[in-house]
Structure formats: structure tokens, C-alpha cells
Design a protein around this ligand. Structure first.
Ligand code: NAI
Ligand SMILES: CC(C)=CCC[C@@H](C)[C@H]1CC[C@H]2C3=C(CC[C@]12C)[C@@]1(C)CCC(=O)C[C@@H]1CC3
Length: 345
């Protein structure tokens, strides 16, 4: 009788593996002896031993080809939040994730680890030491977050021990580190345009910024602890640096590290939020004629002026998570990785 040979548990695929988090994840997986396939709409680098499949995750056939003999899938693909394209978020994060789940099931993949986001519970008001039990945001702060909620629900609901298909979601927050195309570049661009002089609110709001290697560590731990009898099945986990920091202290440390001045003057939060809302409405009304991308969106102002930090106690308890890299070390390594963004260069 022919027996079906299960693919090795060290054969994995990273969907979105050409991105910032994806690439760090691929490098660590290789270091740990995994065989890695990358599936992405673009190929942003080459690495010996990594098979690249360039394709759209909405294309089931392309996914089925890439997932042949794969037993573990990391899904960390998403359009960038800044794209603000509702139809694209719906197509990739929701419809596309349904296709990822189907393709995994058809290919006999045993484990699916989704990169979700801690923002799925954030509504623009303070969250202090937020636990995973917090309800999903009823009024998500943007379309990106709205579709990340639907995506997470789809993946967690697909967990089926009887069918041997296990799923888990990792919720990182404020990922930073070398090669990040968003956080440091946005910050430096804002500073170079002379707009980083102001602190929104009193500057005491605490947030999580999480070093990318810690986020990677959380993903791999989750994959390795995801077993039919483990508590991880169908659950979401916050992965943070476990060191909440004042949003404006973090910004200042990165800016000063790169030779720019730290912001000094305070502006009332409600005033800035109101202006950002007005600008957003104007941009929306003018969209048929001209596409304006304001720096100060309501979402960014909310992120910059409120508390939003999360407890990672559940990840500590269920998978022995501890952040390997401290915030101080993470900031130093990040600043050193951007010599071209230093002031005057
Ligand atoms: N960067 C952050 O601070 C946070 C990120 N996340 C999540 O982490 C994940 C990774 O984020 P980053 O690495 O920062 O983003 P990124 O933009 O650097 O990487 C995303 C990758 O997905 C790929 N992709 C997009 N659409 C695709 C499609 N239709 N088919 C195949 N590939 C596609 C992109 O080409 C890109 O390489 C995302 O799911 C994001 O929602 C969650 C919380 C915080
Ligand atoms: C903790 C967390 C979820 C961070 C997310 C990363 C980005 C949303 C931030 C990275 C750079 C930030 C930034 C601002 C808002 C939030 C970010 C885009 C401002 C636009 C806030 C208002 C300012 O004064 C300028 C800031 C530039 C950097």
C-alpha cells in the first residue's frame, strides 16, 4: 500500500518573504537549519539555498506550486499601511488569505503562522498593558487594520486539529530594525522637511516598539510550539520588547542617533488630531482630481499621541518567549544600519 510521506517539518515557506520582517525571518530560519521557499510579488534579494517564487498570493495555482512539499507556512505579506487602498487591502489581506488557507489545506501543510498586528484591538484611544482577550476594534483606525482583523479571524477559525491543520497568529507592534523601509525613513524625511520640532501632547504616552529579531524569534517559537495538544492552536499572541517606552523618547533617540535635533515644542493632542482629520477629509474630497498624501494622518497622530502597549505574558507562559534583544541594543543596531540617512549625508 502506498503511504503518503509527510514533508519534513523543517521545510517551510515564507509568504511575503521579500519584505522587511519576511527577510529577517528567512535569514533566521536558514540559520536554524530550515529549508526555505519565499513567495512574494517581488524578489528583493538573493540568498543561497532560498527558492524564490514570484507571484501574487491571490493566485491559487501559483501558491500551490510554491507550497509543494512544504509543512510549515509563515504568512507575513500585506500591502503597506501607507498605501491606504481599501480595495487592495480587501483583495490581499482578506480574499488572498482565504486563498492561502485553501492552498495550505490542499497541499497538506500542517502549520500556518500568520503575522497579524496588535492594532487589531486599537481604536485610537489608550491601551495600557493590553491583553489578547481585548475585543477586536469595533471602529478600526484605518482600512489596513479593518482587514487585518478579518484576516486574523479567518486564520484562527481555520485551525482544525482533526484535519491536522494548525494555525496561530502573532501580533507584533511597532516593528523596527535594520532595512525597515518605513519607520526610520518616514522619521528622517519628516525631520529633513523641518517638521520634527513638535511633540504631540505632553510626551508621556507609552508605546511598544519591537526589535525585528524579537518578532522573528516569536514567530519561530510559535511554529515550534504549535502542536495538536498545545494551547497555541487557534490563538493570537502579542510579541513585544516587553519594555514600553515613551513614543517621543524613542523618536528622539533615533533622531539624535542620526544627528538630528529631538522635537521640543508641545502641541495639544486634540488640536493636532482635529487638523489631521480636516486634512484627511479635504484629501478625500479632492481625490478624484488630485492625490494628496498628508504626513499628519489621524491614524499617525493617534499612534503618536496615545498610550498603546501590550502584555506578552501569554507568549511567555505558552511558548517561553523572552525578547532576546533589548530596546537600547535594538536602537543602537538600527541607527548604525542607516549611515546614508545621517544628517548631512
Ligand atoms: N512593520 C510593522 O511595524 C508591523 C507589521 N505588521 C505586519 O507584519 C507583516 C510584514 O510587514 P513588513 O515586513 O513591515 O511589510 P513589508 O511591506 O516590508 O513586507 C510585506 C511583503 O508582502 C509582499 N506582498 C504584498 N502583497 C502581496 C501579494 N499580493 N502577494 C504576495 N506578496 C505580497 C510585499 O511585496 C512585501 O515584500 C505584515 O503582515 C504587516 O501587516 C504588523 C504589525 C507591525
Ligand atoms: C508604535 C507604532 C505602532 C509605530 C508605528 C510606526 C509608524 C506608524 C510611525 C513611524 C514613524 C512615525 C511618525 C509619526 C507617526 C507614527 C509613525 C508614522 C509622525 C507623523 C507623527 C507626527 C509628527 O510629528 C511626525 C511623526 C513622524 C514619524
Amino acid at each position: 500500500m502506498a503511504t503518503r510521506i509527510r514533508p519534513s517539518s523543517k521545510r517551510c515557506a515564507v509568504i511575503g518573504g521579500s519584505g522587511f520582517l519576511g527577510r529577517h525571518l528567512v535569514e533566521k530560519l536558514l540559520e536554524k537549519g530550515y529549508t526555505v521557499t519565499v513567495f512574494d510579488i517581488r524578489q528583493s534579494y538573493e540568498l543561497p539555498g532560498v527558492a524564490f517564487h514570484v507571484g501574487d498570493l491571490c493566485d491559487k495555482q501559483a501558491l500551490l506550486t510554491a507550497l509543494q512539499d512544504v509543512s510549515l507556512v509563515f504568512h507575513c505579506a500585506s500591502p503597506a499601511p501607507a498605501s491606504d487602498d481599501r480595495a487592495l487591502f480587501q483583495k490581499v489581506n482578506v480574499d488572498g488569505t482565504r486563498i492561502v488557507i485553501q492552498a495550505c489545506q490542499e497541499r497538506g501543510v500542517q502549520k500556518l503562522v500568520l503575522t497579524s498586528s496588535a492594532s487589531v484591538v486599537f481604536e485610537g484611544t489608550d491601551i495600557k498593558d493590553g491583553k489578547e482577550e481585548l475585543p477586536y476594534a469595533k471602529k478600526p483606525i484605518d482600512y489596513y487594520t479593518e482587514t487585518k482583523i478579518q484576516q486574523e479571524k479567518l486564520v484562527l477559525e481555520a485551525c482544525d486539529k482533526d484535519k491536522g491543520f494548525l494555525t496561530v497568529a502573532i501580533r507584533p507592534h511597532g516593528i523596527f530594525g535594520p532595512q525597515d523601509p518605513q519607520l526610520v525613513p518616514i522619521l528622517v524625511d519628516t525631520a529633513r522637511r523641518g517638521k520634527m520640532k513638535f511633540i504631540i501632547g505632553d510626551g508621556s504616552n507609552l508605546v511598544d516598539f519591537t526589535f525585528v529579531e524579537n518578532v522573528v524569534h516569536g514567530h519561530i517559537l510559535a511554529a515550534e510550539h504549535l502542536k495538536p495538544d498545545s494551547p497555541l492552536c487557534g490563538k493570537a499572541y502579542h510579541i513585544t520588547n516587553d519594555e514600553p517606552v515613551r513614543f517621543w523618547d524613542f523618536m528622539s533617540q533615533v533622531l539624535v542617533g542620526l544627528g538630528y535635533d529631538a522635537p521640543r515644542y508641545h502641541l495639544p493632542y486634540q488640536l493636532v488630531y482635529g487638523i489631521a482629520l480636516l486634512l484627511w477629509l479635504v484629501a478625500l474630497l479632492l481625490r478624484p482630481l488630485v492625490r494628496i498624501k498628508p504626513t499628519f494622518t489621524p491614524m499617525r497622530v493617534a499612534l503618536a499621541g496615545t498610550h498603546h502597549y501590550y502584555s506578552c505574558a501569554r507568549a511567555k507562559e505558552d511558548m517561553g518567549y523572552r525578547p532576546p534583544v533589548s530596546l537600547k541594543e535594538g536602537i543602537t543596531r538600527t541607527v548604525e544600519s542607516y549611515p546614508h540617512l545621517r544628517k548631512g549625508v
